[in-house]
Design a protein. Sequence first.
Length: 495
Amino acid sequence: MKISVQIGDLRTIEVDAICCPTFEGKELDDISKIIDRSTNGQISRLLTLGDHTGKIKQSTILYNSEGITSSRVCLVGLGKLKQLNLESIRQATASALRKIQELGCKTVACFVPEASADQVQALIIGAKLGLYQFNQYQTNTDTETSIEELCLLVNNESERERVEKTVRKAEAIADGTLFARDLTNQPANRLTPTDLANEAQNLAATNDCLECQIFDQVELAKKGFNALLGVAQGGPQEPNLIQLTYKPESPSKTETVVLVGKGITFDSGGLSLKSGTGMMTMKSDMAGAAAVMATLQVISQIRPNLTVIGLIAATENMPSGTAQKPGDVVKSFGGKTIEILNTDAEGRLVLADVLGYAKNFEPKAVVDLATLTGAVVTALGRYAAGIMGTNQQLIDQLIVAGEATHERLWQLPLFDDYDDSIKSDIADVKNIGDGTAGAIIGGAFLKHFVDGYAWAHIDIGGASDYQKGSAYLPKSASGYGVRLLTRFLCDFTTD
Ligand code: BES
Ligand code: MG
Ligand code: ZN
């Protein structure tokens, strides 16, 4: 969908549908007053009758209005005017555009002259994320239509320039989120660790300020990524470590932030095999990797002034005669030994190596994103990801970015007391606890491998995947993390 910014009038623009904002309660705002007059008071009548109430996500179509060139006017419910916020704009835009798309419209216009940059961004995010579909593998989709152009109308050239700038940034963020969704929705037979590495190399090939390095199995063995290799040894797919580097224009003065993503392209559980239903969604166990990779794509376009390194540990977790066994001990990258008592707690193993490796970059902060536990789904459901870490300032910055983007975070405690349950009898640490506080135990385990930098761990087990769709979060992959991390990086400070 192309997004254009034009100087123009909603009443006379030639499009298949125009959007008109409406609010709960009977009052009209400036735009809807103008449209109301051009439709001989139809909007007021609908509001009085109660056929259209302006409730959030409600959309009603008016036809054949004499004073309007477009054949359809879509009344977009935004809820109560006093409670208008960025999230209501995202949800309302998504619902309205979905309805307009279902009608077969190709072009649609909105009037946005007084909208703030954040509001325009919310509109674009709602539009693009709401219209997302993953139908690559359905062969009978040619009858479906999609909206080809969204025109944002403004009053004059200076507004046009201002809105245009916001739109390009918002588009980059939305496209990044959709890229993460596409990667996460790919079945495991279509996206192997090697495919993930190829995606990263493609990104670097098409973006000047991105560099990509792939460490293959041989190099990983040489460098001592034994925990990652242990997870990979059960299956035929070669594991790898993806290192994507973004450098701003004047890198000498800038700080480094490392983003780490869990990239398990399929998690069967290994010998501690999952149930049939338990592994049905496990193609998406690389959602953290997808979010990290997509965030690098976004920042290569909006270019914040800091160095960002994305590290992705990519492998499958499979059972076989060569698979690692409960009771095995491995030595991680940083030298600490791990007793593996459950091969299904594999995410923390691959992250242990990468967190050790991250130290080499002398980062100001390291943030990992991982579909680490089912326990975080039990604790928080899908509307917040769990965050924990070693540096409150870093955690707070991420929480603030989460509020702004509505990719919300909820902090869980990492008291030292939790360490007791992962003490091993024969190694430095074991990879499972006593079955309580599952999400926290995941964090407590990772903390052992963090050395010399501020660290936050985000468990996206619930937030990455939606069983039931809503306005701009359709069923399946949500692309969670791209908007959050982008915002966090753009606002990052250490003082
Ligand atoms: N990838 C899973 C976690 C997961 C499960 C994410 C369901 C999203 C939905 C992870 O590798 C895993 O299997 N974790 C185990 C840990 C346990 C063995 C300590 C879990 O949560 O059951
Ligand atoms: Mg697992
Ligand atoms: Zn997993």
